[in-house]
Design a binder for this molecule. Structure first.
Ligand code: TXA
Ligand code: MG
Length: 332
């Protein structure tokens, strides 16, 4: 399948996706390739190939202190990276894997500190996307897979997004649009009490039910999660959040002042004429699935501001709420 899209340099080059086999060969030869997961696209390299992992950091422009997730195809792979797999990890694995959950466990001493950012823990995830699984199986190894975007930018949920980030430098396996649309939920099981490091689309109450205890909120400080930096997941255009009931009036006010306004909202909001806009589904799965594509599309519209509809703050929406807050919290 060929898609026509200009690459970031402006040169017109089509996206030419590679097959799973071709991507596996590239990875096994020490290269880097992007692959779809059910959450977002990942920038893959063989986890045991330190040089290849370092290339992933270089391509993303990610500081070396920020650890990456290792993606596995089978739970048996856990013990190749984790020093100890607590009972709670097996229980969560049985319930949520393969799926959009990442577990932080104490690492084995032989796991490269390039992966772990020098910490004594390692993040592990078994994705459920068939292409991700086929690629990991074809490599016979765990794959690191940070989101396939430049550091601090919106994660890609289509192969075109990856192409827009990196042009022809990074081969991409085309899995179409991602089903979940925001990054995995991260639970840290390396300490005395399970902690929620990054909310995702899984409901934290379901996780607590499996654990049989409450999740502690992420504490400031170690372990470091770049997703928890305020400037993460941000488009270039400033994003401002408004409740549905106030958004249309704010858009109108800004239009009157001569601003170019983009509106990111569900059908609850009546968008004034003269705004660029993207309509998001009202239910949370659809909202999450389209959110990053919508942010990218409106970012490209060349407006002064993106006015986005505030989502509920409750447990079901916490992952989406978190990403919107971060997109909006960049100081400009
Ligand atoms: O859904 C996802 O998790 C996607 C797909 C591609 O799997 N990947 C992803 O990777 O979001 P990345 O690198 O963009 O975000 C991984 C997060 C970062 O916030 C990182 O700090 C955290 O996982 N992380 C990785 N290793 C960790 C560790 N040992 N302790 C605490 N946090 C860790
Ligand atoms: Mg990321």
């Amino acid at each position: 399948m060929k898609h026509s899209l200009n690459n970031p340099s402006g040169a017109s080059a089509p996206l030419e996706p590679v097959s799973v086999r071709a991507a596996a060969d590239i990875l096994l030869q020490g290269g880097v390739a992007a692959f779809p997961t059910e959450t977002v696209y990942g920038l893959g390299a063989i986890a045991h190939d330190e040089k290849a992992v370092m290339r992933v950091f270089a391509i993303k422009g990610r500081p070396p202190s920020h650890p990456v997730i290792v993606h596995l195809a089978q739970v048996e792979g856990l013990e190749r990276f984790a020093a100890a797999v607590p009972d709670a990890a097996w229980r969560l694995a049985r319930r949520f894997w393969p799926g959009p959950l990442t577990l932080v466990l104490r690492r084995r001493p032989d796991v490269s500190s390039v992966i772990t950012g020098g910490q004594d823990t390692v993040a592990l995830r078994i994705p459920r996307h068939p292409i991700a699984r086929a690629l990991i199986e074809a490599c016979g190894e765990g794959l690191v897979g940070p989101s396939a975007n430049r550091f601090g930018r919106v994660s890609p949920t289509t192969p075109h997004h990856v192409f827009h980030e990196f042009g022809t430098t990074v081969p991409v396996v085309d899995g179409g649009p991602c089903e979940v649309g925001i990054e995995s939920t991260i639970i840290d099981l390396s300490g005395a009490q399970p902690r929620l490091l990054r909310p995702g689309l899984l409901d934290a109450r379901d996780i607590e039910e499996v654990l049989g205890c409450e999740l502690a909120a992420s504490a400031a400080g170690a372990p470091r999660v770049p997703g928890s930096l305020p400037a993460h997941y941000a488009p270039r255009t400033p994003v401002r959040l408004y409740p549905a009931g106030l958004l249309a009036a704010e858009a109108q006010r800004r239009l009157t002042e001569g601003e170019r306004v983009a509106v990111l909202a569900t059908g609850r909001v009546r968008v004034p004429g003269g705004c660029a806009s993207y309509r998001l589904p009202v239910e949370r799965e659809g909202f999450a699935r389209e959110l990053y594509a919508a942010l990218r599309q409106l970012d490209a519209a060349g407006c002064d501001v993106i006015l986005a509809e505030m989502t509920p703050e409750d447990a079901e929406w916490s992952g989406i709420y978190d990403r919107l807050q971060r997109a909006a919290s960049v100081a400009r």
